[in-house]
Design a binder for this molecule. Structure first.
Ligand code: ADP
Ligand code: MG
Length: 303
């Protein structure tokens, strides 16, 4: 019987969510009856908690060292296959500026962007824009700027979220809808729309709001959404390939009122809580939660 470590917890600000993801994944894999499953709570940014004799690692860590290529490189060094993209792809996806450069280079659509740093007096792009720290992941420090007098505080909030200095990302605001497509092993799952109050999926909408809804595009009353879903799935796979991803990744989008698609970001270690979107989309294809986890586990590799 193969011995599978489910890595969870970690030191990022997404630790609490990761512990839930990890518990779900560990229970699901155990229920299949074909693996010896070892839950491993990582309390520091290293593999000291990992027991010997592990055949593969299921990464249920979110943010920080668990998603930025750190744990991936450590597992590469130990020769242990793991779920999700490799260290390089994870590192690139964690940095929205790097991601956008690669997407543009490969012809994958993403919103127009620029950079700002302490002292940048006005938005480098026409308003409205969104200002964000390039390397955070939970909407912290992200502000929409619609009027020029809101620029200084938005810049300050984004800089503060990354310790005060460096450069932050300024992006053209894309009005319209928000969607997400999970990709497993190069294959796109059904597209899900994120219908947040006021059309903004910020920190409160993610973690505090009960009002955000997640309908499948396939259930939409608008017949044009079937074609939109196909386009989203194609762009999701294009983005996944552009960054050299493998295993599981979730690609998030904005869709303009004209139907233009823009990749917002790639999440290389998406959530596995009971209401997370990749398991929900995987289950739409007829798999159980455990079978979705098993499919991801089977794609585990190391470099
Ligand atoms: N360019 C944009 N146009 C419109 N809305 C945006 C834009 N960038 C971010 N948002 C809104 O802010 C949310 C969080 O931004 P995102 O780039 O996904 O950062 P995070 O990594 O924190 O999730 C998005 O889900 C979306 O609702
Ligand atoms: Mg996001």
């Amino acid at each position: 019987m193969k011995k599978i470590a489910v890595l969870m917890g970690g030191t990022s600000n997404e630790r609490a969510v990761s512990l839930i993801s990890g518990k779900n994944v560990a229970e699901a894999l155990s229920s299949l009856g074909k693996y010896e499953v070892v839950p491993v709570d990582l309390k520091s940014d290293d593999l000291s908690a990992l027991p010997d004799g592990i055949d593969a690692a299921y990464i249920a860590l979110h943010g920080g060292w668990g998603e930025n290529g750190g744990v991936q490189a450590a597992l590469d060094a130990r020769g242990i296959p793991y779920t999700g993209p490799g260290a390089m792809s994870s590192q690139m996806a964690m940095d929205k500026v790097k991601t956008k450069m690669i997407l543009e280079m490969k012809g994958v659509p993403t919103a127009a962007w620029s950079l700002a740093s302490p002292g940048t007096a006005a938005s480098p792009l026409p308003l409205p824009v969104v200002v964000k720290p390039p390397c955070d992941g939970s909407s912290v420090g992200i502000t929409k700027v619609s009027a020029a007098d809101a620029w200084p505080s938005a810049l300050e909030a984004a800089l503060a979220a990354q310790g005060g200095g460096g450069e932050v990302l300024v992006e053209e605001f894309i009005p319209g809808r928000e969607t997400t497509v999970g990709v497993i092993d190069g294959e796109a799952l059904p597209a899900i729309e994120i219908v947040a109050k006021n059309g903004w999926y910020g920190y409160d909408e993610k973690y505090n709001s009960e009002e955000t809804r997640y309908p499948f595009l396939a259930d939409s009353a608008d017949p044009k959404d079937a074609e939109l879903e196909k386009r989203l799935q194609k762009v999701a796979v294009d983005a996944y390939r552009a960054l050299g991803c493998r295993g599981v990744t979730r690609v998030d989008f904005r869709v303009s009122p004209m139907g233009r698609i823009y990749v917002l970001e790639l999440n290389t270690s998406p959530g596995f809580t009971s209401h997370s979107l990749v398991p929900k989309a995987g289950m739409r294809t007829g798999l159980t939660f455990a079978e979705v986890c098993d499919r991801i586990l089977k794609s585990a590799r190391h470099d």
